[in-house]
Design a binder for this molecule. Structure first.
Ligand code: NAD
Ligand code: PRE
Length: 293
């Protein structure tokens, strides 16, 4: 699989890492970057991540056979609008947005239909860091990529996007848009809300200086993701508000029960909950280790 010209709109952690991975696999001939800030794009050229850049989406996509949208979810619609009328006949458009229903709807709102050559996708890989400096070629190695084709998606477009991710060393899984948004609300979006919420709560407490002074490894591990990009996460929450709101309410109910169990001092019930959780996490970690061997 070789991509002739890849246009990356948004050359940050996700877009930059795709560029680096495809280059390392020798699976792309030319990469054109597109974004708003000059410094980040200039740095992307210096690092060899992209060959050239433009601030104009229409110019970036013209002549490209693969277009990757790696902007925050709130910028997807304007990006679709800017590329309208400028896509090559053989161009496939795909994205890395963390929620999928909004991307499909943004496409429909701009083009009046879900394009057959649109393959919405989501790499289940990332870090709390942003920008091209944070990108690295191995990000997608042995990681899962979820693609959410619709009834309109062309099999050829799907096969090309699948081959692109496989060239990066990733494992591709297909899922419906709705299922994706529900599952990711539970496994990714909810944990980010817990981390942001916890740090914000503690930071706003009067004694916060002292609290942070005595925070140790548990706090650090649990809150790493609260250093993630606020714009990206604002957009994820707005885009996936239905599934995330439902998940958060479910979790709040469980937390309320846990608080009551603690207040009752019911040690047997606590032991049961914690043992069940430990078994589940240990099984999950064993599975992760197996799949990366
Ligand atoms: N960070 C993660 O862990 C992660 C993981 C999987 C998917 N994603 C998704 O990938 C996408 C990109 O996230 P990221 O972590 O690479 O962010 P990032 O901030 O590292 O990169 C985004 C880039 O898009 C540019 N940009 C913003 N608005 C733009 C616009 N209107 N037009 C053109 N460029 C614009 C920014 O300048 C930046 O260079 C998001 O949709 C996010 O939901 C992120
Ligand atoms: O590891 C991290 O820092 C991440 O936040 C990555 C992570 C996640 O696992 O929740 C974040 C958002 C995504 O869309 C996919 C992956």
């Amino acid at each position: 699989m070789t991509i002739r010209r890849l246009a990356i709109i948004g050359v940050g952690l996700i877009g930059g890492s795709l560029a680096r991975a495809l280059r390392a696999a020798d699976a792309v001939e030319e990469i054109v970057g597109c974004g708003r800030g000059r410094d980040n794009l200039q740095r992307a050229v210096e690092l060899g991540v992209i060959d050239r850049y433009t601030h104009d989406v229409a110019e970036a996509v013209s002549g490209a056979d693969m277009v990757f949208l790696a902007v925050p979810l709130g910028a997807m619609r304007e990006t679709f609008a800017a590329m309208q009328g400028h896509l090559a006949a053989d161009a496939v458009v795909t994205d890395g947005g963390s929620s999928k229903y909004s991307v499909i709807e943004d496409c429909r709102a701009v083009f009046g239909e879900v394009l057959p050559n649109l393959v919405a996708g989501h790499p289940i890989a990332g870090t709390e860091n942003s920008g091209v400096e944070a990108s690295f070629a191995e990000l997608y190695q042995n990681r899962r990529i979820i693609l959410t084709p619709t009834e309109a998606t062309s099999p050829d477009a799907l096969a090309r996007v699948q081959a692109m991710w496989q060239a990066c060393g990733a494992e591709v899984t297909l899922m419906s848009v709705e299922h994706h948004d529900e599952v990711l609300a539970a496994t990714s979006h909810l944990p980010h809300m817990l981390a942001f919420g916890l740090v914000d709560t503690l930071a706003r407490m009067k004694e916060n200086d002292e609290i942070f002074r005595y925070a140790a490894g548990g706090f650090r591990d649990f809150t790493r993701i609260a250093s993630s990009n606020p714009v990206m996460w604002r957009d994820v929450c707005v885009a996936n508000r239905r599934a995330l709101g439902k998940m958060m309410n479910h979790y709040l109910g469980e937390m309320q029960e846990l608080a009551e169990t603690i207040e009752r001092g019911d040690g047997d019930a606590l032991l049961e909950i914690f043992s069940r959780a430990k078994r589940a996490r240990d099984r999950y970690i064993d599975g992760v280790l197996d799949s990366t061997e």
